[in-house]
Design a protein around this ligand. Structure first.
Ligand SMILES: C[S@@+](CC[C@H](N)C(=O)[O-])C[C@H]1O[C@@H](n2cnc3c(N)ncnc32)[C@H](O)[C@@H]1O
Length: 208
């Protein structure tokens, strides 16, 4: 059978309710990501979730008093339909991440379990740097499919979709090559059989 598009798979997940299981599964790592973004921040910020699924992180962030606007973008039509059903006044957009360009750039770009679905993640990160992020904006990415998480190596076969397998160092270098500064990586929510979600965080310098 030919490889499936990730967005088609996740539209099915929205229809059969698997999105809520995914939300539970990702929530500890996302809490660590949001803590990294907001713990030392005193100024207000705009926020966008790249590959937002049913929009749960968009809603979580919009309840933060410092957050002025919270957007979610996803290429799975049914995920966006569900996000709008749960939160009709929310900002949810159905689009491929590589083609979407906001009217106004954001202070924070967040993305959980999305970047490895791209054959060329560098193209996506550069697109986000050029079009989505303000100077001094923060970008944070979480992934569970990475080289050091051996159990994740079978996922492309299990799901019959493309996934890019990179190591921790590869992701850090990619962020730096795309112009992100102060790049830091850590693993959150590790358990006895899981090395943790790889989280990579960086800042867009004024010149990038
Ligand atoms: C593993 S899910 C994670 C969803 C959400 N971040 C969460 O934690 O619940 C990956 C998401 O990325 C989206 N996605 C994958 N490729 C995409 C693309 N090219 N453009 C937009 N969204 C994409 C999928 O539709 C899916 O909702």
């Amino acid at each position: 059978m030919s490889e499936r598009k990730a967005t088609d798979i996740f539209s099915e997940w929205a229809l059969n309710g698997k999105d809520f299981g995914m939300q539970d599964h990702h929530s500890n790592a996302v809490d660590a990501m949001l803590e990294t973004l907001t713990s030392s921040r005193s100024s207000s910020f705009s926020f966008v979730d790249a590959g937002c699924g049913n929009g749960w992180v968009v809603r979580k962030m919009s309840s933060n008093p410092q957050c002025t606007i919270s957007f979610g973008i996803d290429g799975a039509e049914e995920m966006i339909r569900k996000a709008k059903m749960i939160d009709p006044k929310g900002n949810y957009i159905h689009s491929d991440l590589l083609t979407w360009v906001p009217h106004e750039a954001f202070d924070i770009v967040h993305s959980m379990e999305v970047f490895y679905y791209f054959k060329d993640p560098e193209e996506l990160i550069k697109h986000i740097m050029d079009n989505w992020l303000k100077p001094y904006g923060q970008m944070i990415m979480g992934v569970d499919h990475y080289h050091e998480n051996i159990k994740s190596h079978s996922w492309p076969t299990d799901l019959n979709t493309y996934m890019k397998l990179l190591s921790i160092d590869d992701w850090v270098e990619l962020f730096k090559d795309c112009g992100l500064e102060e790049v830091k990586a850590f693993q959150a929510n590790a358990k006895y059989d899981f090395p943790g979600t790889l989280i990579v965080h960086g800042i867009k310098g004024r010149g990038s």
